[in-house]
Design a protein around this ligand. Structure first.
Ligand SMILES: Cc1cc2nc3c(=O)[nH]c(=O)nc-3n(C[C@H](O)[C@H](O)[C@H](O)COP(=O)(O)OP(=O)(O)OC[C@H]3O[C@@H](n4cnc5c(N)ncnc54)[C@H](O)[C@@H]3O)c2cc1C
Length: 413
C-alpha cells in the first residue's frame, strides 16, 4: 500500500496546512507522504478567506481554479453595531497596499479537496482513511509515525521530518503538553446554514458581515456561500454561551439571533437548513513550534478566534514557511529543531497582530470606530490586519496608540 519504507517527510493531516506544506516540499523533489484520517470531501467550518491567502494560493497554482469556481467573491468586511447600525464596508481595494483585493467565501469540503488534489498532482503520496496514532520519538527526535491502516493494522513509517498538520487535534503539542490557552479568549461558537436569507447586491454580495448583539455579549458571522446559502454563527465567551440552565444549542442560537438587531431583518423569511453545531475553547497555541525532526503547522500549532477569519490564512502561511524551512533543512542535512522552526519569530509577530486586534474588539469600552476617529491616519494600518498583511516588521506600531485606549495582551514570545 505504501510506496516506500522511508520518506523524507511525513505529513499528518490533509487540511489546508498539510496540503500546502506537502505540495511545496514535494515540488522540490523530496519524497513526501501525507496521511489523512478522513475520506475527502469532509465537512469543515472556516469558510471565509482573507485577501493575503492569494500569495500562497498563487504559489500553489490554484488561483485559476478558484477564479473558475462557484465560490462567492469577497471584496469587503462590514461591521454592525449593537443597535444594528452598519459601518461603511472595509473594501480591501481602498488600501493602496493591497495587491489582490479580492478573495473567496469557500465551501471547505470542496476547497480542502481542491488543495489535497493539488498536493497529489505535485507528487505527494496521499492516503485517506489512515489515522496516525502516534509520532515515534528516539529520545527528543521524531523519526516517523505509527499509523492505522484501512484494515486497522498498525503501520510504522519512517521519515526524516514529521509535520504535524492534524488541526485542533494537535497530535504533537498535546503529547508533549505544550498547549497554552489565552484566558481572555475562552470562547464558544454555535453555527448553522440558512437559505432564502438576505443577500446584498453587486460588490457586496460576498461580503463577510460581523454583527454585534445587544449589550455586545456575543457577535455573529454572516458568510455568503454558493447558491442561496449563508453560513451564520454566533461566538461568545464559553461561560456566557454554554452556561446553566442547560439549553439546547438551537435554543441558545435562537435566543442570540433575537438579540441581534442587525441580523433579524436578514433572516426574515429564511429557512434554517442544518442543525446547530457547537465548538468550544478553540483558541490556543503551542509553546514550541518545532523540535528535532518535527514541526507544527496550521491549527496543530495554534488558532486565534474566528473573528477576523485568519485561520485558513495562517494555516497556508505557516505551511509555506515550514515547507521552505524543511527544504533548506533537508538540503543541508540538518533537520534540527532550530532549523525547522527558524520562521517562528516572524510568524508569531503576524499571528499576534490578529490576536491583539481581537482582544480590542472584545473590550466593550473600546471601539475601532472611536479609535479611528482619534487616529484617522491609522485607518489603513487596521485594514492591513483585516487583509492579512501582518508579516512585516512594523505591524506592531498600530498597537502603541491603541494600548492607550484598551488593554492589550503582552506579545507572545
Ligand atoms: C467556529 C470557527 C469558525 C471559523 N471560521 C473561520 C473562517 O471564517 N475563516 C478562516 O480562515 N478560518 C476559520 N476558522 C479556522 C479554520 O477552520 C482553521 O484554522 C483551519 O481549518 C486550519 O487548517 P488546518 O489544515 O490547520 O487544520 P484542519 O483544516 O482542521 O485539518 C486537519 C486535518 O487533519 C486530520 N487529522 C487529525 N488528526 C489526524 C490523525 N491523527 N491522523 C490523520 N489525520 C488527522 C483531520 O481529519 C483534518 O482533515 C474557524 C474556526 C472555528 C473554530
Amino acid at each position: 500500500m505504501f510506496q516506500a519504507d522511508g520518506y523524507d517527510v511525513v505529513v499528518v493531516g490533509g487540511g489546508p496546512a498539510g496540503s500546502t506544506t506537502s505540495a511545496l516540499v514535494a515540488q522540490a523533489g523530496y519524497r513526501v507522504l501525507l496521511l489523512e484520517q478522513e475520506t475527502f470531501p469532509r465537512y469543515k467550518i472556516g469558510e471565509s478567506l482573507i485577501p493575503a491567502t492569494w500569495g500562497v494560493l498563487d504559489r500553489l497554482g490554484l488561483i485559476d481554479q478558484l477564479k473558475a469556481s462557484h465560490f462567492p467573491k469577497k471584496h469587503s468586511v462590514q461591521f454592525f453595531s449593537k443597535s444594528g447600525r452598519a459601518s461603511s464596508p472595509f473594501y480591501f481595494s481602498q488600501s493602496p497596499r493591497v495587491k489582490n483585493p479580492q478573495t473567496w467565501q469557500v465551501v471547505r469540503s470542496e476547497f480542502d479537496q481542491m488543495m489535497l488534489d493539488n498536493a497529489r498532482a505535485k507528487g505527494v503520496e496521499v492516503h485517506e482513511g489512515v489515522r496516525v496514532r502516534e509520532v515515534i520519538f528516539d529520545g527528543d527526535r521524531a523519526i516517523g509515525v505509527w499509523a492505522k491502516g484501512p484494515e486497522g493494522e498498525p503501520v510504522r513509517l519512517a521519515a526524516q521530518v514529521v509535520v504535524d498538520a492534524s488541526g485542533s487535534r494537535a497530535l504533537i503539542s498535546s503529547h508533549l503538553k505544550l498547549r497554552e490557552e489565552d484566558p481572555k479568549l475562552r470562547n464558544a461558537s454555535m453555527f448553522t446554514y440558512f437559505e432564502g436569507a438576505q443577500r446584498d447586491p453587486g460588490l457586496d454580495e460576498g461580503a463577510t458581515l460581523v454583527l454585534n448583539t445587544r449589550d455586545q455579549d456575543s457577535w455573529f458571522w454572516y458568510i455568503p456561500q454558493p447558491g442561496d446559502r449563508v453560513s451564520v454563527g454566533v461566538v461568545a465567551p464559553m461561560n456566557y454561551l454554554v452556561r446553566p440552565p442547560k439549553r439546547s444549542p438551537q435554543e441558545v442560537f435562537d435566543q442570540e439571533v433575537a438579540r441581534c438587531p442587525g441580523l433579524i431583518p436578514r433572516l426574515e423569511g429564511a429557512r434554517q437548513v442544518e442543525p446547530v453545531q457547537v465548538l468550544k475553547d478553540f483558541t490556543y497555541r503551542s509553546r514550541k513550534r518545532a523540535g528535532d525532526g518535527w514541526v507544527l503547522v496550521g491549527d496543530a500549532y495554534g488558532f486565534v478566534d474566528p473573528l477576523y477569519s485568519s485561520g485558513v490564512f495562517l494555516a497556508l502561511k505557516s505551511g509555506e514557511m515550514a515547507a521552505d524551512a524543511i527544504r533548506g533543512a533537508l538540503a543541508a542535512g540538518d533537520v534540527s529543531g532550530p532549523r525547522l522552526g527558524a520562521f517562528e519569530g516572524e510568524f508569531l509577530r503576524g499571528m499576534d497582530a490578529f490576536r491583539k486586534l481581537i482582544h480590542a474588539f472584545y473590550d466593550k469600552d473600546f471601539s475601532i470606530r472611536g479609535f479611528l476617529k482619534e487616529h484617522p491616519e491609522l485607518q489603513d494600518d487596521v485594514v492591513q490586519i483585516l487583509v492579512g498583511n501582518v508579516f512585516r516588521e512594523d505591524v506592531e506600531d498600530l498597537f502603541v496608540p491603541m494600548a492607550k485606549m484598551t488593554s492589550l495582551p503582552a506579545s507572545w514570545t
